[in-house]
Design a protein around this ligand. Structure first.
Ligand code: C5P
Length: 238
């Protein structure tokens, strides 16, 4: 397995969880595209659509389009083709959509092999009991590993996972399989509503490839200064 302990600035993806376009673009004024990538999700995309992504691109940022597609294979393939046309850097689907859906997504993404296609395994908001109620027995980690292995077998680039799953997945899957990890908090920062958090340095040292970080950066007085201090912390741990 190749060493995961490497870091370049743009392994940090800033989650732009804003409700308005002006707040979102205002935040970009305070960030440097050489130091991070950005993520937009369902709220901003539903409100402003592809034109917002184009505005973000105009400002030089690469975009993770976090829409978690989950539908029949033909529909997901169409959505992935639309993401390719939009020119996003990364897009995601739900692994629980099944093998045929993942393969259709992979094939559709091949029009732009540089675009990263990753899958969500088990939402971290789901407990073992929640999973049981949907018919999934056993530990959530078993389901995470099962879905991650299927995602890898279907040729996707990686998964979104919680920091507590990094070692499990790193130990069981190929070293090139990307692990994208939210729930990151610099030591000393408020965890807010995140329950199981990890520091940026420890997450990278354990084998995460990309860290999704929202409020610790977007609510800082100096977002770029905060990014730089996070990078320093990471460099000190690897
Ligand atoms: O502000 P914070 O750093 O908690 O933001 C984390 C981002 O990662 C949010 O956009 C959230 O929706 C997303 N996310 C998460 N946990 C997951 C999957 C995604 O926090 N399991």
């Amino acid at each position: 397995m190749k060493s995961r302990v490497q870091f370049d600035n743009r392994q940090i993806i800033v989650a732009l969880d804003f409700s308005s376009e002006s707040s979102c673009l205002g935040m970009l004024e305070k960030l440097d595209p050489a130091l991070c990538r950005v993520k937009i999700g369902k709220e901003l995309f539903t409100r402003y659509g592809p034109s917002l992504v184009r505005e973000i691109h105009k400002r030089g940022f690469e975009v993770f389009l976090d829409l978690k597609f989950h539908d029949i294979p033909n529909t997901v393939a169409g959505a992935i083709r639309a993401a390719v046309e939009l020119g996003v850097w990364m897009v995601n689907v739900h692994a629980s959509g099944g093998q045929a859906m993942l393969e259709a997504a992979r094939k559709a993404a091949d029009d732009n092999p540089a675009m990263k296609l990753v899958a969500v395994t088990v939402l971290t908001s789901l407990s073992a009991q929640d999973l049981l109620e949907t018919g999934v027995n056993g530990y959530p980690e078993q389901q995470v590993l099962r879905l991650a292995a299927m995602t890898a077998a279907c040729g996707l680039d990686g998964v979104v996972c919680s920091a507590k799953e990094i070692e499990l997945l790193r130990n069981n899957l190929d070293g090139d399989f990307l692990l994208v990890t939210p729930g990151i908090r610099p030591s000393g920062d408020d965890a807010s509503d995140q329950k199981r958090v990890e520091t940026p340095g420890r997450a990278i040292a354990k084998g995460a490839d990309y860290l999704v970080i929202g409020r610790p950066i977007t609510q800082a007085d100096d977002p770029t200064g905060k990014l730089q201090s996070i990078m320093k912390e990471i460099q000190s741990k690897i």
